[in-house]
Design a protein around this ligand. Structure first.
Ligand code: ADP
Ligand code: MG
Length: 832
């Protein structure tokens, strides 16, 4: 039942802005007590006044000051909800959306039906929902359905300092929605919350808001934090250095929790394991449980990383591992932990080798209660960090940067900061991306240090020198300036924002990224190509304002990146949809197969691994099918593997025996379900039901599938090196791609490795010792002009365009994909 509203005095005479109600909330006494200690409670009145009087308000406050948990409660109590309007809060990370909705429901003593969350395909929103936490991608999708966001009375954009791409876009869009709602007489309040005071991109940007929004600063009671820099030049082995530092703190310093910042999930686990070994914790060993579960996986990763470490000694190889963006979800987690298998993330998993034995043994009797914390950790395990550690132990949380601002852990007195962060880097034009561990920014390092001073004076140990710190960039650049934006541009065009260049971006993406995105979308047929007349300059501007095509509209409704969306959009023909959905799901989940090329510890193990590998290869040949199915190559192997696994009931046993990664198979099953739901909701008449046990495609279907994949991955076509290139030995068995100047090869794990078809499409290029294509299918050259006309040129070859240099990846790349196709492939003309 809705609590009865009490009318309270209003001083203002603007009744439309100021709800004159007070909705009582029945909080538990201990919650009420903890709440009153939060600095933001002191500001409740000024915050609510500002919100009542202004359409847009910015709230800045230290992490932990209570923004995320309390502001929605203030609004609820002040009556900013009704049967027709709710409070929406966006988070850049899924973990925050889920855990904050839980926390707020608990604090307010309200059911999860009222305080709910929605992340991509998952949520507990009901008709009764009044406070809704969601990822920023989810709100963007809602704007597409209802531009005025009429469901909401208030929208809170949280963690705006992170400058995630969707956050930026939402703020740009909301800057237009707010005045429109005002005009309609249904005002919408916009609240932007940030953990730092650096908000001038939002407040001083004249293109965004006509009136400068008020900024309310919440003074957090921050106790002094003493910063200790390392004297030495920074070590590569920062994980080992973290271990030694934690040991020292634990042995020598008074009680207080320790929070360690590392860069990825694998590192977090290995450090947890090492610390638990050094300071064993026996009693009702809850911490130890995690270990058992993860140990197999961890050993696998460790061994893999060892292998990589060896590869690192080769000259010229750096931390890059190139790969093309997988399906970009609306609410992708931004701390990059999902891709732990990417080289560079766990180069320093030195489980003991590097350290002396003494370090591993402890002389302290006090046990250390070690907990991991990262985005993908199960919510129950995440919740452990909020509870007090067992009596007589010291809490030590080993975290990725999710602990930097998204979640606040109580009782931390010591912070150990490795100074690094794992980031995704993109080549703006080719979209080739890589994960790299780099130095973080000064702002982030200061955020991390701040975690130590929440409850009492604290200490922050930086594992790098102050000189290195001075060299850090001051702030990390907004995400939108750092990545390809084709998915974003497609979404914006679907909102009928044609002149993307005029959009009020808080920080606009570079013009070349916008141009590359438009070019790709035009090539995919998602945008209507401009008439190419007039002078070059005019052509360029025309290109930047192409309207969306009907195909583009269909593509925009699929929750996957434009390339994959195009494949799905084409797949209703010839009953290909179930296969395309499976292929797209399998391409999204990396590493379907077990990795057996690892150094073994004994001869016995070597033999075992060899046997397993042989078995996997044999199975892959079976999955690759017969006749024309074989031409689908690695994608057919994926289809066959998924089909076979589902046929066998997707059991761990089947996976183990046949070299499949069980976790990957479960993930594919989940994604297939999700995509099926999405397709059914887009094409309501599709009535698609996917039998997990799908039949293999017919030869004809396999041929259609190759064309569908080609149509989606048009810029990922490669051709066998030609006679003139073969004069140079480095082009032996190599392929020439549209995007890179260097030779690329079919990956040895590919089923087409020996066949070397003349034309192929690939899913991604990864770099190890060479540039390798993965996920390869053969295509017929005569399809290219039919399916990809923008990439073809039938006239005389053009002069070679000058190659350009990409500062992000250090790679020389060809000038423009389409130009390059025109240059290098004189394709046979076909009758269309
Ligand atoms: P901010 O958004 O300003 O960073 P929050 O609202 O997230 O701050 O957190 C306010 C306080 O609530 C913090 O002190 C934090 O420790 C506490 N808190 C948040 N989530 C939980 C939880 N799940 N369990 C216990 N305490 C929590
Ligand atoms: Mg917060």
């Amino acid at each position: 039942a809705v609590p009865s509203a009490t009318v309270c005095q209003t001083a203002s005479n603007k009744p439309s802005c100021k709800p004159a109600v007070f909705i009582p909330v029945d909080r538990a006494p201990e919650i009420q007590e903890a709440r009153l200690k939060l600095p933001i409670l002191a500001e409740e009145q000024s915050i609510m006044e500002a919100i009542n009087e202004n359409p847009v308000v910015v709230i800045c406050g230290e992490t932990g000051s209570g923004k995320t948990t309390q502001v929605p409660q203030f609004l609820y109590e002040a009556g900013y909800t009704s049967s027709t309007g709710a409070i929406g809060i966006t988070e850049p990370r899924r973990v925050a959306a889920v855990s904050m909705s839980q926390r707020v429901a608990k604090e307010m003593n309200l059911s999860r039906r009222v305080v709910s969350y929605q992340i991509r395909y998952e949520g507990n929103v009901t008709d009764e929902t009044q406070i809704k936490f969601m990822t920023d991608g989810v709100l963007l999708k809602e704007i597409q359905k209802d531009f005025l966001l009429s469901k909401y009375k208030v929208v809170i954009i949280d963690e705006a300092h992170e400058r995630s791409m969707y956050t930026d876009i939402l703020i740009g869009l909301l800057s237009r929605i707010v005045p429109l709602r005002e005009k309609k007489g249904l005002p919408l309040k916009l609240i932007i919350m940030s953990a730092t005071l650096r908000v001038e991109d939002f407040t001083e940007n004249k293109r965004l808001f006509s009136a400068v929004p008020p900024v309310i600063q919440v003074d957090a009671r921050q106790f002094p934090v003493t910063i200790h820099f390392n004297k030495k030049t920074p070590l590569d082995d920062y994980s080992g250095e973290c271990f030694r530092k934690v040991c020292k703190i634990h042995r020598m310093l008074p009680s207080g929790g320790i929070l360690v910042f590392l860069t990825g999930q694998a590192e977090v686990h290995s450090l947890c394991r090492r610390l638990r070994k050094a300071f064993p914790f026996q009693k009702n060993n809850t911490a130890g449980d995690d270990d058992k579960e993860e140990s197999v996986e961890e050993i696998r990763k460790f061994k893999k990383s060892r292998k990589r470490k060896k590869a690192m000694t080769l000259p010229k190889i750096d931390l890059d591992n190139y790969s093309v963006i997988p399906v970009d979800e609306g609410d992708e987690d931004r701390d990059a932990e999902t891709d732990d298998d990417v080289a560079g993330s766990d180069l320093d998993l030195d489980l003991g080798d590097a350290d002396s034995e003494e370090d591993e043994k402890s002389d302290s009797s006090l046990p250390l209660y070690v907990l991991p914390l990262y985005s993908l950790l199960a919510p129950e395990k995440q919740a452990k960090v909020f509870r007090p550690p067992p009596p007589g132990t010291r809490l030590c949380v080993v975290a990725t940067n999710v602990a930097e601002t998204s979640l606040t852990i109580p009782g931390i007195k010591y912070v150990v900061d490795c100074g690094k962060v794992k980031k995704r880097f993109y080549d703006k034009i080719t979209g080739v991306s890589s994960f790299r561990v780099t130095w973080t920014s000064q702002a982030s390092a200061n955020q991390r240090a701040g975690r130590a001073g929440r409850t009492e004076p604290g200490h922050c140990y930086r594992l790098y020198s102050s000189a290195v710190f001075m060299d850090f960039e001051q702030f990390s650049a907004p995400e939108i300036t750092k990545r390809p934006v084709e998915d974003l541009i497609l979404q914006m065009k679907a909102l009928n924002i044609e002149k993307v260049i005029n959009f009020p971006f808080p920080t606009p993406p570079p013009a070349e990224a916008l141009a590359a995105a438009e070019e790709l979308l035009i090539a995919l047929g998602a945008l209507k190509e401009p008439l190419m007349t007039g002078r070059l300059k005019e052509q360029q501007t025309a290109k930047l304002s192409c309207p969306i095509s009907p195909l583009g509209r269909v593509m925009a409704t699929f929750p996957v990146a434009p390339r994959y969306a195009k494949m799905l959009a084409l797949s209703r023909q010839h009953d290909c949809l179930p296969y395309t959905i499976t292929i797209v799901s399998a391409m999204t989940v990396r590493e379907l197969f077990e990795e057996y090329d690892r150094p073994a510890v004994s001869e016995e193990e070597t033999a075992k691994l060899k046997g397993k590998k042989a078995r996997l290869l044999q199975m892959q040949r079976i999955w690759a099918g017969q006749g024309l199915l074989q031409k689908l190559g690695d994608l057919m192997v994926m289809l066959g593997a998924v089909g076979a696994c589902e046929y066998a009931g997707c059991t761990p046993k089947f996976c183990e025996e046949n070299g499949l990664r069980y976790k990957a198979m479960l993930e594919i099953r989940r994604l297939r379900g999700q995509l099926t739901t999405a397709v059914n909701s887009v094409c309501s008449d599709a009535g698609l039901y996917i039998d997990p046990k799908m039949k293999p495609p017919t030869e004809a279907q396999a041929t259609y599938l190759r064309q569908i994949v080609l149509a989606g991955l048009g810029d990922h076509v490669a051709r066998r090196a030609q006679a003139e290139e073969l004069l140079d030995d480095k082009w032996k068995n190599a392929y020439k791609t549209a995007l890179l100047d260097e030779p690329v090869f079919i990956h040895p794990s590919s089923i087409l490795f020996k066949q070397l078809p003349e034309f192929v499409v690939y899913q991604e290029i990864v770099e190890t010792t060479k540039l390798y294509m993965k996920g390869v299918s053969a295509v017929e050259p005569e399809w290219i002009p039919v399916l990809l006309p923008p990439y073809c040129h039938f006239g005389k070859p053009l002069e070679n365009p000058p190659p350009s240099y990409c500062p992000e990846t250090g790679r020389i790349r060809c000038h423009r994909p389409s130009v390059f196709y025109r240059v290098s492939w004189q394709l046979p003309a076909v009758e269309v």
